[in-house]
Design a protein around this ligand. Structure first.
Ligand SMILES: *Cc1c(COP(=O)(O)O)cnc(C)c1O
Length: 386
């Protein structure tokens, strides 16, 4: 029986995962302020992407709710954007994004995952070469896999390797797309965007695709991300990010030139074949974006917290390549990492161990992601527990 053999196989695989200590389950959590409550135990949540604390800000939420009426509280778009789902909130949000970033066009997707899984398959053909950082997110990898392009990965943040690949292969293709993130989610290190811009200018027909998922809201005076900080927004051909992390909402955005947007609304399957976001969510996203430049204090606090923790991690003798609010404590050995994470959890810090294949062999780590609502004394407590 086909069905039975399928169930047998997946049960065997689940058993094997369990035996390796790699079986995942969905934890039960309600987020409140800094604590992630799992079942009854309360812990400091050091694993969320609520970087500015906006998702748990009761005052902000109340202020938004005060502006909600029976007329504007619409909880479903009821169809895709190409049919009747392209409600006025989309125009409002995309116009706002264009103005904030000073870019020609913006396109909002249902999530960062939809966006990254949809853009590359739409724009690439068999004569396209993708050169992607070894550390890019699964959504970008899925986009690359679904595309007809040829892809080579360069060693994480190794621009010499990237230059070698460009020199060797670029002339064989009609177009090259360099794909990277601006802050990487495992090492917390930052990309030298201006260096990539200079590479793009050296090699003809090369475009730059930058995912700012972890940087938007957090970096730059206005909170637009590392491209704002490094003053190269206009030099990036596909500037993307998510509303789901620091911005406390849902959806993915792309800033680009107008022909790219026009093409994507014809070709991007993850945009065409899914129900549009509910108007109420877009209303909240616009509400948050309107206040984004006012969150400077939160950005500064987050920065202070990050510097403090990095100092302490290094003082404890651990290796920490972070240049952001995402800080790995690299331990190396898998078992030791799991034990350390469990110990920290017992002490009240909700951190998770990250092991291969998510990170390279021998670099197992505890991944800490900080938020602006944490105080220096919390950071000191955490550091002591390391
Ligand atoms: C989280 C993340 C995404 C996915 O965004 P969602 O809106 O959560 O789907 C995409 N890219 C990177 C780099 C991310 O970290």
């Amino acid at each position: 029986m086909i069905e039975n053999s399928l169930i047998q196989r997946i049960e065997d695989e689940l058993f094997a995962l369990e035996k390796q200590g790699n079986k995942r389950k969905l934890p039960l959590i309600t987020q409140q302020d800094n604590t992630g409550k799992e079942h009854v135990k309360e812990r400091y949540n050091l694993s969320s992407n609520n970087y500015l604390g906006l998702a748990t800000d009761q005052i902000l939420r109340q202020e938004f709710l005060n502006s909600v009426t029976k007329d504007n509280a619409v909880f479903s778009a009821s169809s895709s954007r190409l049919l009747t789902g392209n409600h006025a909130r989309y125009t409002q949000l995309e116009t706002k994004l264009c103005r904030m970033f000073g870019m020609e066009s913006a396109l909002v997707f249902n999530s960062g995952y939809h966006m990254n899984a949809g853009i590359l398959p739409a724009v690439c053909d068999t004569k396209t070469l993708i050169l992607a950082d070894k550390g890019v997110h699964a959504s970008l990898i899925d986009g690359i896999r679904l595309s007809n392009a040829t892809c080579y990965r360069y060693r994480h943040s190794d621009y010499t390797h990237l230059t070698q690949l460009l020199t060797k292969y670029a002339h064989r293709f009609t177009c090259v797309i360099i794909v990277t993130e601006s802050i990487f989610s495992m090492d917390g290190d930052c990309t030298d965007l201006n260096y990539l811009v200079s590479l793009k200018q050296r090699f003809p027909n090369t475009l730059l695709y930058v995912d700012e998922a972890h940087a938007v809201g957090v970096r730059g005076i206005q909170g637009l991300g590392c491209a704002e900080e490094q003053q190269c927004i206009a030099d990036i051909d596909f500037l993307t990010g998510t509303f789901g992390k620091a911005l406390a909402s849902v959806g993915g955005y792309l800033l680009c030139k107008e022909p790219i947007r026009n093409y994507l609304i014809n070709k991007a399957r993850t945009l065409l074949f899914t129900t549009a976001l509910p108007p109420i969510n877009l209303l909240w996203t616009v509400f948050v974006l309107e206040r984004l430049s006012d969150f400077t204090d939160r950005r500064q606090q987050l920065h202070k917290n990050s510097l403090l923790l990095k100092q302490q991690i290094i003082a404890k003798g651990f290796n920490c390549p972070s240049e952001s609010h995402i800080l790995p404590v690299i331990i190396g050995n898998n078992k030791e990492t799991v034990l350390k994470a469990e110990e920290l959890q017992r002490k009240g810090f909700y951190v998770l161990p990250i092991r291969p294949p998510t990170v390279p062999e021998g670099t197992s780590r505890i991944r800490i992601s900080l938020t602006a609502t944490m105080t220096s004394s919390m950071i000191e407590q955490l550091a002591t527990s390391l």
